[in-house]
Design a protein around this ligand. Sequence first.
Ligand code: AMP
Ligand code: GLY
Length: 423
Amino acid sequence: MKILVIGNGGREHALVWKIAQDASRPELYCAPGNAGTAAIATNLPIGAEEVPALVAWAKEHRPDLVVVGPEAPLCLGVTDALEAEGIKVFGPCEAAARLEGSKAFSKEVMEAAGVPTARFRVYTDSETAIEELDTFGFPVVIKADGLAAGKGVVIAQTQAEAEAAIRDMLDGGRFGAAGAEIVVEEFLDGEEASVFALCDGEHVVLLPAAQDHKRVFDHDEGPNTGGMGAYTPAPIATYDVMRFTKESIVLPVLRELKSRGIVYKGVLFCGLMIGRKGVNVLEFNCRFGDPETEVVVPSIASDIVPILMACAEGTLRDELVALRTEAAATVVMASPGYPGSYPKGAEITGLDAAAQTGCLVFHAGTALKEGRVVTSGGRVLTVTAFGKDLREAVTQAYEGVQKIRFDGAHYRHDIAAKAFKYL
Ligand code: AMP
Ligand code: GLY
């Protein structure tokens, strides 16, 4: 069994780590990977967005499965290109990946499928958008339609802020083509949860819900990041919430897509807002979340290759997915300055000592330099631990973090604290 994983973050290291343990003992490749994947797979010098080069490699080496980590290659149609060569892929086709690639498309599909989501309108003209602002009240949410590396959402508190965001996107070309169309929507409050739905086009299996921590500093302060930590299960996502997510969100969306001739295979990441207005979808992503993957994937007790393969082949069944019963937490260690600009090349020490505490240390932004592991990204490592409950998992994860050193390392100290009130 030969498997290629595309991507180079903590999410991909966690996937490679899990796949490496599979009973099939696969021959594993990662493009481009990082210092963590290099230890258990062969890294290929091909970027995650170099679709023609990825397809050329796959044509020559004929992997049994390609697992796509990030959204960019999915939105560029890497799945379609590989499938055209007869290669199986875990990850949706380009048309299905538009659920993430176009917020306007995603909202329109949700509306057609009867999926609860914030009230919205799509605009290409700033004057009309501004004229209609008062129908949403404040705060109001302004979103660039296309992929904007997590920066395309503005929560405007006042009319002036909203007008500035609208003009910036529609007239100022702030996000280029990604902002040529915008979604304006009602603000929802509540707590967010990430639910990963494994899909084979028709059948759905939900993995346990996780919660991310988007702000850079403790107590949800400072700018947004790609995610500073996560934990699972998320107590806010009760049994009823999960059942609702499967029956009233994921299945209707798959059926709606199918009616348009689009088959959704891979993982559908449901970004939920759970609050006074019930369960609403904030966004869909067409891939696993990062850092949620670093707690959710290790929580899968069964082999993962049969699960990924079943999604690709259309044979997904509940019985394939057994889960561990413990809670898991992960803490992201970041470079100084992140999410702003940051230095690279700092030596990282203590990785073995952290692993000896029982933690799983997933590399997010690392590289090998003369045999040493050095920083090469904003999010550098994610340190995951299990515990009989969330408190124990968190304590264990911080024990691992304490062993690791690199210049200017910073991390949040309050991962999962917001869940403790439910426990
Ligand atoms: P999105 O990329 O659509 O998930 O938006 C990024 C983040 O913006 C979400 O994770 C939320 O924290 C916030 N957000 C997006 N839409 C809304 C909304 N309608 N109400 C409140 N917060 C929102
Ligand atoms: N952690 C959120 C995301 O992956 O988009």
